[in-house]
Design a protein around this ligand. Structure first.
Ligand SMILES: Nc1ncnc2c1ncn2[C@@H]1O[C@H](COP(=O)(O)OP(=O)(O)OP(=O)(O)O)[C@@H](O)[C@H]1O
Ligand SMILES: [Mg+2]
Length: 241
């Protein structure tokens, strides 16, 4: 078997005295969509941010593309063709859509700006109509599209997405999931998806992990996890848990 593109081993991270990650193991192989689900406060966002070194893992190892990035500075990790669309979108509100996309492209000087622009505007035609509008004036769904489009402008090998469906109407959320599927199936983009929308995430993902209180408690194929009674009870029937 080939090495996973991203390999997280025994990672621990804390905020002050609060332990958020208590020894997490997780792999993402090239070409996969892997999802991480879990309740509020489980540590999902923390794990995603730990890949970028914020917060730093104080134990364990993070290996990306064969290199140990556990202690690498965040700005250097960003240049390794790992991109993230963080929770809450965090687009640049005062900048135009176009300027936001330029910022996304800046992490990869080798990427062809015009070609990538055409690609992302093809995926998100709404953004093409709003290229000179300020980011902060976009709707919630459009801001989420921009966050993903900006991440794609650096031509990532690995895309990290934190709750891309949060706060969106079901139809818009479905569009976002369809685009993630397309990016993976057509462009072979590897995706690590943090989601509370467990049903959609597990349906979309090749594999999934469940996190409880800073630890992985279950792992399996998306289909397998969808069928497990514990997953159904905790994450599917009651909705947000
Ligand atoms: N900046 C911070 N300072 C202190 N504690 C934090 C900080 N960010 C997160 N935490 C704590 O770390 C734990 C994990 O939080 P995290 O945001 O990773 O959870 P999550 O699984 O992403 O939750 P949600 O589904 O609500 O987004 C929580 O107990 C949270 O209160
Ligand atoms: Mg979170």
């Amino acid at each position: 078997m080939t090495e996973p593109l991203l390999s997280i081993r025994g990672v621990k991270a804390s905020y002050g005295h609060v332990a958020a990650l208590k020894g997490v193991d997780l792999d993402v192989s090239e070409g996969e969509i892997v999802t991480l689900i879990g309740a509020n406060g489980a540590g999902k966002s923390t794990l995603m941010m730990t890949v970028f070194g914020k917060p730093r893992a104080h134990a364990g190892q993070i290996i990306y593309s064969g290199e140990d990035i556990t202690r690498r500075p965040t700005h250097l990790i960003a240049r390794m063709r790992i991109a993230q669309a963080p929770e809450g979108r965090r687009i640049f509100a005062r900048m135009s859509v176009y300027e936001n996309l330029q910022m996304g492209a800046a992490v990869n000087p080798d990427a062809d700006f015009e070609q990538n622009l055409e690609h992302v505007l093809g995926l998100f035609p709404r953004l093409a109509q709003r290229l000179h509008q300020r980011g902060g004036t976009l709707s919630g769904g459009e801001q989420q599209m921009l966050a993903i489009a900006r991440a794609l402008m650096g031509k990532p090998r690995l895309l990290l997405l934190d709750e891309p469906s949060l706060g969106l109407a079901p139809l818009i959320a479905q569009q976002i999931f369809d685009i993630i599927h397309e990016l993976n199936a057509r462009d072979r983009l590897t995706v690590f998806l943090v989601e509370q929308n467990a049903y959609h995430a597990l349906k979309l993902a090749h594999r999934g992990y469940v996190m409880v209180n800073g630890l992985i408690t279950m792992a399996g194929s998306g289909r397998d996890l969808l069928e497990r009674p514990e997953v159904k009870a905790a994450y599917l029937e009651g909705g947000r848990h």
